[in-house]
Every structure is written in structure tokens, then in C-alpha cells.
Design a protein around this ligand. Structure first.
Ligand code: SF4
Ligand code: SF4
Length: 160
């Protein structure tokens, strides 16, 4: 995006947030909003008003993508798909939460976003599973392939 124009950028992906009438059905339906100070309607409003600071709004990352709001929006706006798009734009500009960056680096370094620990190994065994999943944990040689894949899609540059 040369010039930041969020409504236009989203419209290109068939997400017309300008149709929003600020009815609040989305925020009223949002399970995350019940547990924290998070209001999806305000995010939609900022994006539809092309308030670029929405890219730096921590609330952008608080949505769990459960899709309840999208199913209930009376204007049929693809709210969650819009959240994904706005997050993508933010990450391309180097904006992401420190926690997400940390997890991304774990993936780059170990091939796993969540490294395994003894507790998890024991739980797996208790369920009758092998203590290690069929991933890099069991096949450390595959780490080089994972690193190549992540590099080929420039994931390393995105999160650096
Ligand atoms: S439910 Fe749809 S129309 Fe209503 S505020 Fe949310 S996004 Fe806008
Ligand atoms: S998809 Fe996100 S914003 Fe929508 S209801 Fe679920 S948590 Fe809330």
C-alpha cells in the first residue's frame, strides 16, 4: 500500500467496512469484550474513518477470531476477515505485539511456537501418546527445512 487507505484496501478484498452503521451488534456479541476492555465496533470505526493509528491499537490483537460478530453483523460485513487484513498491513509495516514477535522467533529458532516441556510430555504419555509429537521435537533434522520454508516466505524478515 503506497498511501494508507484502509477502507479502499479492505474493499479490494471484498470487505466493505464503509457499510458499517455503528449499531454495536458486533461489540455486544463479542465474548472477548465481556472479559476485557475491548470494543470491536471502535476498531471498525477507526478503520472505516481511515484512522491509521488503528494499526498501533493493541485491541487489534485482542480478537480471538471466533467469528460471532461476523455472523451477526446486520450489514454482512466480514469483520474478522477485515481484522486479518488490518493485522497483515500492520505486520508488513513492522507493527506487532512484543509477545507475538517473541513467539515468532521461537518458531524461527526451534521450529515450534510453543516448545514442549516435561509436563506436556507426561500428559501425552498419560493419554497413551508418544511423549514427543511427530514434529521437529522428534525429528530435529527437519528444523533446517522449516527454516528454509520460513525464509522462502520472508517470515524471518517480517518478524525481525
Ligand atoms: S455489527 Fe456490523 S454494522 Fe453494526 S457496528 Fe458492527 S460492523 Fe458495524
Ligand atoms: S471474532 Fe473477535 S471481535 Fe468478533 S466476536 Fe469474536 S472475539 Fe469478538
Amino acid at each position: 500500500m503506497e498511501e494508507s487507505d484502509l477502507p479502499e484496501e479492505l474493499k479490494r478484498t471484498e470487505i466493505d467496512i464503509l457499510k458499517c452503521m455503528q449499531c454495536g451488534v458486533c461489540s455486544g456479541s463479542c465474548p472477548s469484550g465481556r472479559h476485557m476492555n475491548f470494543n470491536i465496533r471502535k476498531i471498525v470505526k477507526k478503520a472505516s474513518s481511515n484512522e491509521i493509528e488503528v494499526l498501533n491499537d493493541k485491541d487489534l490483537w485482542m480478537c480471538t477470531t471466533c467469528y460471532t460478530c461476523q455472523e451477526r453483523c446486520p450489514r454482512g460485513i466480514k469483520i474478522v476477515d477485515g481484522i486479518y487484513e488490518i493485522r497483515t498491513i500492520a505486520v508488513r509495516k513492522g507493527i506487532m505485539l512484543p509477545e507475538h514477535r517473541k513467539v515468532s522467533h521461537l518458531l524461527l529458532d526451534t521450529g515450534h511456537a510453543v516448545p514442549i516441556n516435561n509436563e506436556t510430555k507426561q500428559k501425552r504419555e498419560h493419554l497413551g501418546l508418544d511423549s514427543l509429537p511427530e514434529t521437529v521435537h522428534k525429528h530435529p533434522d527437519a528444523l533446517d527445512d522449516i527454516k528454509k520454508l520460513l525464509k522462502s516466505c520472508k517470515f524471518d524478515e517480517l518478524v525481525s
